[in-house]
Design a protein around this ligand. Structure first.
Ligand SMILES: [Zn+2]
Length: 595
């Protein structure tokens, strides 16, 4: 059965067409949601196997000339990638929540919750073509059609697949490389900086483009050190292993040293892939102002404007487009109002996850991109030096730019008198996230009302083509009033408190700070651990490893972030009492943060 992107709405559509995947192998295209959810959802609907392919509509000739002429995915290109259920927890599947070190207890495979129940294989569109061509059944709905030159059918069958998957289940060692430069006065405050070093094949773009930038920073700091420079705080550089199979190296290291990290680590700065284009920054909103200051001081190698000026121009142009998302428009408005370009929330998909979402350490993820069309070689054997040198970052100029941005950020955090966190940015962003929940509930209510009217009037039946019948959709549940009041109040109080802090800080800073040493230590101790107050020990419903109540990877979106996730996902799941409950839980967390 062809299931389009294999997301929840696709299965609803399939049910209306009267096609079931029970006992079948599904073929699904990449896109619209994280790859690991595709086989999982297929399994939940009764499928016994899953093939994932890259359709040229999303990833191939439809988006630009294929390699070797251009950068996009050639017919034989296969996107590998982990399909472990990282929405539950990342890292070694057999050691949830604790370090996978020699002597650790490993769960038997049958008890592991993050391993899929059905076999899955990624294939190229060259290999998917004969299978899709041989499908019968109803024509695929319009939005399901890819860019291959034949009519897409849904099935089931008559195409038959014989699927064999052999897996190596043995344990193997992996190697993180950790380097420490001790701080001169505050050695027990650590600034962490990491990038992974493992790749699916050659890995020029993913991860070496980020790794070379990180090594460039380390080399520069080494040269400064030899000239007598010493950071105030300890700097820790980490080259992670095993990121691709499931954020193994970073997660296991973070879990092994959890206690020490929660005492000492004041920030984690991550990067991964890097290419030509605009600076992307995501993570803790308390670091937003500092990221803007640094971006204003680094020159964009292509235009010679500052990295921040380019970011701003890009944001303004995109936000002015007719198709701009409300989120993008709001970001442009915010950037116009206070000058700082908002950073994005983070989901998952790189090594920041354990630091931000499990331990509550202020985190940034950085990288340039958007101009190189690098996606075409993502996680394939075409991600080579030749490809990167010709399309990714000719001359490695953006590697240098990333080293400057990330290196300056690390040095600022490690060297500042008072840690450079600001809370006004966090509270204004939080307002937006709460507002989005209101809007989500309102639009769910409207959609349910509209659908009920159509169902009650028999409109779906009457409008359908009798020769190609499509059943009416399943009736949506009514949406009651959700009690967002505790969240609204918490957000309001937080805003007032953040504004008062900024006012006091600015007044003091004007006079040159000059804080007594004992007070300074207290302030820094508070700032360095404040992000941990956003954790709830119980974690998110059904996935206790994720403790950050402000940002998390989506349960049904995978890498993409969900903000105020416990409430957001309760609304997605139409579990209204759960939404009520977690509006309260999240409000308590925010009150605790404010206090
Ligand atoms: Zn990577």
């Amino acid at each position: 059965v062809y299931v389009n992107y294999g997301m929840p709405d696709d299965y609803k559509e399939l049910a209306r067409l009267g096609v079931s995947v029970k006992g079948k192998i599904v073929i699904v295209r990449y896109g619209a949601g994280w790859r690991g959810l595709k086989p999982e959802l297929a399994y939940q609907h009764g499928a016994i196997g899953c093939l994932i392919y890259s359709d040229p509509r999303d990833d191939g000739y439809f988006t630009g000339d294929p390699y070797p002429v251009g950068p996009t995915r050639p017919p034989e290109g296969v996107q590998r990638g982990s399909v472990a259920k990282m929405q539950l927890y990342p890292g070694d599947p057999t050691t949830p929540g604790y370090g996978s070190v020699p002597g650790a207890k490993h769960l038997p495979l049958k008890d592991v919750k993050t391993i899929l129940e059905i076999p899955v294989l990624p294939i190229s569109y060259a290999d998917a073509t004969p299978l899709l061509k041989a499908m019968g059944g109803p024509d695929a709905p319009e939005s399901w059609r890819g860019a291959l030159p034949f009519t897409y059918h849904v099935g089931a069958g008559p195409a038959k697949v014989h699927m064999v998957v052999k897996s190596d289940w043995s344990l193997k060692p992996i190697y993180d490389v950790i380097a420490k430069l001790p701080g001169s006065s505050d050695a027990d405050q650590w600034v962490l900086r990491g990038n992974h070093h493992d790749g699916w094949v050659f890995g020029a773009f993913d991860p070496l483009a980020g790794t070379i930038a990180m090594l460039g920073e380390a080399k520069a700091m080494g040269a400064l050190y030899k000239q007598g420079w010493k950071p105030k705080r300890t700097i820790v550089y980490a080259s992670w292993d095993g990121e691709e199979p499931g954020l193994l190296g970073s997660t296991e290291w973070a879990e092994t040293h959890a206690k020490e990290l929660q005492q000492k680590a004041v920030a984690y700065v991550n990067s991964d892939t890097n290419g030509r284009g605009i600076l992307f920054a995501g993570g803790s909103h308390s670091l937003q102002h500092m990221v803007n200051q640094v971006a204003a001081g680094v020159t964009d190698p292509e235009t010679r404007a500052s990295v921040q000026q380019r970011q701003r121009a890009y944001l303004d142009v995109k936000a002015a487009e007719k198709s701009a998302s409300p989120m993008l428009k709001e970001s442009a408005k915010l950037a116009g109002a206070n000058g700082d370009i908002p950073i994005s929330p983070l989901g998952s998909g790189s090594d920041y996850s354990a630091f931000l979402e499990h331990l509550g350490i202020a985190t940034l993820d950085l990288g340039f991109g958007g101009e190189a069309n690098q996606g075409g070689v993502y996680h394939s054997r075409y991600d080579s030096f030749d490809h990167f040198d010709r399309f990714g970052d000719p001359g490695f100029k953006y590697g240098v730019a990333l080293a400057k941005v990330a290196g300056h950020i690390v040095m600022r955090i490690a060297g500042s008198e008072v840690l450079p966190m600001r809370f006004g940015d966090f509270s204004s962003t939080l307002d937006r996230y709460v507002d989005q929940l209101h809007k989500q509930a309102d639009s769910a209510r409207k959609a349910a009302d509209a659908q009920h009217k159509l169902l009650d009037a028999g409109a779906y039946k009457l409008a359908a083509d009798p020769l190609h019948p499509v059943a009416p959709p399943e009736r949506l549940s009514d949406v009651p009033k959700i009690d967002f009041a505790p969240l609204d109040t918490a957000a309001k109080k937080l805003k007032a408190s953040a504004q008062a802090y900024e006012k006091a800080y600015n007044a003091r800073a004007e006079k040159g700070l000059d804080i007594p040493a004992s007070q300074l230590a207290q302030v820094n101790q508070l700032m360095g651990t404040l992000e941990q107050r956003l954790l709830d020990e119980q974690g998110l419903p059904g996935r206790p490893w994720y403790k950050n109540m402000v940002q998390a990877p989506g349960e049904l979106t995978g890498y993409a972030p969900k903000t105020i996730p416990a409430v957001h996902e309760a609304l997605d799941a139409r579990d209204w009492s759960r939404a009520d409950k977690y509006a309260g839980v999240t409000a308590t967390v925010l009150d605790n943060y404010r206090a």
